[in-house]
Design a protein around this ligand. Structure first.
Ligand code: SRM
Ligand code: SF4
Length: 589
């Protein structure tokens, strides 16, 4: 696999000034900035705005408790600052020992919970400034890290979370790790600040970022690897995707179809921002994958819009310049042509719950976790249960792209122990969960997310049960329907790929989107804007009842609402925006 970096091409002359973050990156001395100074400042629980932009590259977000904001403002006090740290877990694979460490750190350094994200990572919330260095340092000592979990770089690389399911899955995981390592930033700043000196990095050589350059990427960049027929990683939502193509035996990896230009974030009523489904670009062999990933990333590095962060993702570069231009530019950098895409089929997104047998005699249990939040409550001691399982488990854990957890690689002699622990804690209920809950996902939103306009994680249980009542009454309790909710239009819970999507508009009000494909290959469409929580059942109940009565055999909910005319896709901004402001002429490509 190639490791040669393409020198940065001269960017086209920019008519508009560069975005502020560009100057910040350039002058940060490879992401150092004033982070150390700000950490040492004990006069505040926060850090400066510039440092809060730079710490993102270190996987750390400055936040404040939004539940307390108004009260503290009234009292003339500083916001209740704390930090979120995102731990990168390529392919979602972590060991039981790492789990036990993170479980303990959540109590000693954060808010006592662990959060599994929609991109196979862990998050700590509520880390106070005085605990931040200790938390990140301890994460590194557990042989995990937070480097490049956020920021204008390639983020955590996702793949089907079960490498032990088959040799094909295992090979795909190895490729995922190779991509992840190849595209990691090379700055020593992270280790200097959080690990202590250059403990893990050979010193001496002048610092450089051979792939990124000193200003990194125009914006975040996300890569996933999928193994059909499962589209569990939501490949069409990502900047770059690789679809595993097996050889004729079906057991060995032949290569990958490449997808580019997916992305979901948008801003309400700004038509020039929109979710976009990735295009299939071509095919490459296994030994070409890191080279292809690098050249696609550097194309975006050089042509992405550095003047406007709302227009800086790869999806806009491709929407503006066209996929043909993009392929030619990537092939020019590669020095060879990409192959024609091979046939593939995705049948579903999401996770398959309960026990699955692997090819090597081990088995794997997928556990449903509401919003990926791991905590103890009066009803369910989930955190305690998973700690006990981690202490007994000899295999691995796999974080899924849907905020769930796989207890993986369970040997036959170990299985009774794990089964007993699942039963003891009431976690052996995979088959009792409704079809809607099994396919439900939310983003974090309030109280930690600074961008939330409405509740999401805290509202999901109520929303699910409201709609479950309707489905139950219509005889559809076990039908699988995808439901996703986010507290704002940024799309962290991938709501535009749900058959029923809720996107926060203001406190207690949501835009309702309907009609994405069950296999993740079609975005949904705005059905009704600004729906108050109190009107959700009245809005969706009649559609659910009609679906029960009039659907064709095997017809998915998302397809039904298209056939019966509740929504239709036009390819214009009104698919996503209720009112159109900004540069309304730009339509989704
Ligand atoms: Fe996200 C920003 C949480 C997956 C699109 N996302 C944020 C921030 C950091 C808010 C902020 O910038 O201040 C949120 C922190 C909330 C908190 O308190 O923890 C946040 N995003 C999350 C997570 C934790 C949601 C979850 O409940 O699991 C996911 C972490 C993934 C990870 O481990 O890396 C998460 N975010 C996503 C996804 C889904 C995906 O990638 O599969 C998307 C849509 C896909 C995409 O990127 O287009 C997503 N997040 C965004 C955006 C919009 C980006 C855009 O192109 O417009 C923002 C805002 C931004 O970047 O300016 C954002
Ligand atoms: Fe925050 Fe919006 Fe992302 Fe939800 S979708 S976590 S509210 S940025």
């Amino acid at each position: 696999m190639s490791s040669t970096a393409t020198p940065a091409a001269s960017p086209a002359p920019a008519a508009k000034p560069l975005a502020k973050n560009e100057g910040l990156k350039a002058s940060s001395n490879f992401l150092r900035g004033n982070i150390l100074r700000d950490l040492a400042d004990q006069s505040t629980g926060g850090i400066s705005e510039d440092s809060s932009q730079l710490t993102k590259f270190h996987g750390i977000y400055a936040q404040d408790d939004r539940d307390l904001r108004n009260q503290l403002r009234r009292e003339g006090k500083e916001k209740a600052f704390s930090f979120m740290a995102r731990i990168r877990v390529p392919g979602g694979v972590c060991t039981p020992a790492q789990w036990v460490t993170l479980d303990a750190l959540a109590d000693s350094h954060a808010n006592g919970t662990l959060k599994l994200t929609t991109r196979q990572a862990f998050q700590f919330h509520g880390i106070l400034k005085g605990n931040l260095w200790g938390a990140i340092n301890a994460v590194n000592r557990a042989l995990l890290d937070t480097l490049a979990a956020c920021g204008d770089v390639n983020r955590n690389v996702m793949c089907n979370p079960n490498p032990e399911q088959s040799e094909l899955h295992a090979e795909t995981y190895r490729v995922t790790k190779a991509i992840s390592e190849h595209l990691l930033p090379r700055t020593k700043a992270y280790h200097e600040i959080w690990v202590g000196g250059d403990t893990l990095v050979a010193g001496g050589e002048p610092e450089s970022e051979p792939i990124y350059g000193a200003t990194y990427l125009p914006r975040k960049f996300k890569i996933v690897v999928a193994v059909p027929p499962s589209n569990d990683v939501d490949i069409y939502a990502h900047d770059l995707g690789f679809i595993a193509i097996p050889d004729a035996s079906g057991k060995k990896l032949l290569g990958f179809n490449i997808t580019v230009g997916g992305g979901l974030g948008m801003s309400h009523n700004q038509a020039e921002t929109f979710p976009r489904i990735a295009d299939v670009l071509g095919f490459c062999r296994v030994d070409q994958v890191t080279d292809v990933a690098e050249k696609i990333l550097t194309t975006q590095r050089d042509f992405g819009d550095r003047t406007d962060r709302k227009h800086a993702r790869l999806k806009y570069t491709i929407a503006d310049r066209g996929i043909v231009w993009f392929r030619e530019e990537v092939e020019r950098r590669l020095g060879y042509r990409l192959g024609s895409p091979r046939a593939f089929e995705f049948t579903h997104m999401g996770d398959r719950y309960g026990w699955v047998e692997g090819e090597n005699g081990t088995s794997h249990y997928t556990l449903f976790l509401m919003s990926g939040r791991i905590k103890d409550t009066a009803q369910l001691k989930l955190k305690t249960a998973l700690r006990e399982i981690a202490l007994a488990h000899k295999g691995d854990f796999r974080l899924t792209a849907n905020q769930n957890l796989i207890i993986a690689g369970v040997r036959p002699e170990e299985r009774p122990v794990i089964e007993a622990l699942l039963k003891k804690h009431g976690l052996d209920t995979a088959n009792d969960i409704s079809g809607l809950a099994r396919n439900a996902m939310s983003c974090v939103a309030l109280p930690t997310c600074g961008l939330a306009l409405a509740e999401s994680e805290r509202y999901l249980p109520e929303l699910v049960s409201l709609l479950e009542n309707e489905l139950e009454a219509a005889g559809l309790r076990h039908d699988e329907i995808t439901l996703r909710i986010t507290g704002c239009p940024n799309g962290c819970g991938r709501p535009y790929l749900a058959e029923i999507g809720f996107v926060g508009k203001s406190p207690g009000k949501y835009n309702i989107y309907l009609g994405a494909a069950f296999n993740g290959s079609r975005l949904n469409t705005l059905y009704k804007p600004n729906v108050p929580e109190t009107e959700i059942v009245a809005t969706l109940g009649p559609i659910i009842r009609r679906y029960a009565l009039e659907r064709n055999r095997g017809e998915r909910f998302g397809d039904f609402v298209h056939r019966t005319g509740y929504v239709k896709q036009t390819g214009t901004p009104s698919d996503f925006h209720d009112k159109v402001g900004g540069a309304a002429a730009a339509a989704p490509a």
